[in-house]
Write a protein of this length. Structure first.
Length: 281
């Protein structure tokens, strides 16, 4: 590699322009890219959480859209209620399965990167156990995913009550879970949760996923604290080379000429950091 530089690139009419910020040596190059795969894994975990957020928002938006249509059209009897119920079940399934994918990938990553006996793994287990033990909604939604995978659609209550009185239209949408029905179809809730469900009234969907989403957010906040020192170390290294002001700008890369004198760009670590920082704004 020749002419190793920390640079910035921009695309103009399909062409890439390079601004050379500072020459660097091979040791700096190796140092900046040493954790390339680690940062890619950081971004993967962070994006998996973002998928859970998107799926959660989709559930709420689908209910908002349904209510808006009912009000606009003053619908008293929703003919396609089964399809609407199916649709919201679909969004909930997406959410439940994306949540499980997220925490499984997160735990596997911690185990692989830091070790099963590491302080990081111990902290993760403590946090996960605390959230599980202290919150019925977490225990319920966690097991509901298993129920949905093995037994049936999670949402069994889907009721729309609408009326027109003095030309004023009103509608109430009630979506939720019948604990007794869930218990009758699935035997693997666990002894403690079984008792809680036996003593529960109808469980509201929107309240449950809203509270559950806030609990899952705790995992994402914990993960961000875990990876922050790694991000800061790379940023400090870059800042020592090009200064703080240039660090704030996007599209950093390392440029060099290969053996054929062709210009090459490497931006993997910088791109991962930029996307991570955007995720946590």
């Amino acid at each position: 590699m020749k002419n190793l530089s920390l640079s910035r690139y921009k695309t103009v009419k399909g062409n890439i322009n390079i601004d050379l910020l500072s020459n660097i040596d091979k040791n700096v190059y190796d140092d900046l890219l040493a954790k390339e795969n680690l940062f890619f894994d950081f971004l993967t975990i962070s994006n998996l959480y973002k998928i859970t957020e998107l799926n959660l928002k989709e559930i709420f938006q689908s209910i908002i859209n349904l209510e808006k249509r009912l009000i606009e059209e003053k619908i008293l009897i929703l003919i396609e209620s089964d399809s609407e119920k199916l649709n919201i079940n679909r969004f909930l399934l997406n959410y439940l399965f994306s949540f499980r994918t997220y925490i499984d990938h997160l735990e596997t990553f911690i185990n692989r990167e830091f070790g099963k006996d590491s302080e990081e793994m111990k902290d993760w287990v403590i946090l996960k156990s605390k959230v599980h033990l202290e919150n019925f909604v977490y225990r319920f939604m966690y097991k509901l995913r298993n129920y949905a995978q093995h037994c049936g659609m999670p949402i069994d209550i889907f009721e729309i009550s609408s009326s027109i009185v003095n030309n004023e239209y009103s509608v109430q949408i009630n979506i939720g879970f019948d604990p007794q029905g869930l218990l009758s179809k699935f035997d693997s809730w666990g002894s403690a949760l079984k008792v809680e469900l036996q003593n529960s009234d109808i469980i509201n969907l929107e309240d449950s996923i809203r509270d559950f989403g806030l609990l899952v957010k705790q995992f994402d906040s914990w993960f961000y604290k875990l990876i922050t020192p790694f991000i800061e170390a790379i940023n400090a290294k870059i800042e020592s080379i090009i200064g703080k002001n240039d660090l704030k700008e996007s599209k950093l890369c390392i440029s060099f000429n290969n053996e054929d004198e062709k210009l090459c760009l490497v931006d993997s670590v910088f791109r991962s950091i930029s996307q991570l920082e955007n995720n946590y704004k």
